[in-house]
Structure formats: C-alpha cells, structure tokens
Design a binder for this molecule. Structure first.
Ligand code: RB5
Length: 147
C-alpha cells in the first residue's frame, strides 16, 4: 500500500479531514502537510510545500485542497514535474489517471460536487494508467515546461 500526501488551505479544512478519514480507512498512509485551523493562509505556500515534498520521492500521489481547488492546482502546476488535475466528477477523476496519469489531484472545500469527493478519489486511485499514446501526450505536455 502506497503513501499519499495531502495539503490544504483554510478553505478546505473539513474536506481534508474527510479525505484523511476515507483514505486511512482504506489502509493508506497519508502525510498531512496542510493546515488544521481556519486561520487565513496563502494557498501557493501549501502547494509549494506539498509539491517539493512529493518530488523527494516515495509517494504514490498528492492531494491539494483549497476553497475552489483552483488556486492551489494552478500553483502546483507551476512546479516542474507536477501535473495536477482538478476533476469535476467521478468520470473526470477516472480519466485523469487513465489518460493524464497526474501526480496530484485537487478538490475544492467550498464546491458542491454532484458526487462525493471520496467516490471521485476512489475512481482515481482504482483506475490504471493506460500508457501508449497517452504517455506520448504526457511527454509532450511535460516538454512544455522547457519552452
Ligand atoms: C481562500 O479564501 C481562497 O481564495 C482559496 O481557498 C482558493 O479558493 C483559491 O483558489
């Protein structure tokens, strides 16, 4: 069973706690780098902390949460080597593993999703990367970091 890391700002404390409970219930070890109070913090700082820790290795993937999931996912995608998805539903969560093989997935604590975030996460975790032409596209995507 792999290791996962999670970070969040003050806009997603409750969501982060739900995710932790769910993943620990599934037997994962989750490293919590986020905040646990609603005191205001800056989401780029949390994204940076989580991404740099992830890049040290030995993690399956990372999870980032802010109020919308938008600011923290944009921030993460500025870090070289990080591909962070912000899925809107279970289908997108599944496809972002199958086709994009992202190393980070983001959610919004203030978003009313039509499906539970736990279900979206399970779809992501339990789907395999399909490789082949999708790897070619990911290679092209990551090469954009050099332009
Ligand atoms: C914080 O108020 C909020 O801006 C942040 O959590 C996030 O939604 C930004 O994208």
């Amino acid at each position: 069973m792999g290791k996962i890391l999670i970070a969040n700002d003050h806009g997603a404390v409750e969501l982060k706690q739900r995710i932790l409970k769910h993943l620990e219930g599934r037997g994962f070890t989750v490293e919590n780098l986020g905040v646990d109070t609603e005191d205001s913090v800056d989401y780029p700082d949390l994204a940076e902390k989580a991404c740099l820790q992830y890049l040290k290795g030995n993690y399956d993937f990372g999870i980032l949460c802010c109020g919308t999931g938008i600011g923290i996912s944009i921030s993460a995608n500025k870090v070289k080597g990080i591909r962070c998805a912000l899925p809107q539903d279970t289908f997108a969560a599944e496809m972002t593993k199958k086709h994009n093989n992202v190393n980070f997935i983001a959610f919004g604590g203030r978003i009313e999703y039509k499906e539970p975030v736990e279900k979206m996460l399970d779809a992501f975790i339990d789907s395999p990367f399909e490789g082949g032409r999708h790897q070619t596209r990911i290679d092209k995507m990551m090469a954009l970091e050099e332009k």
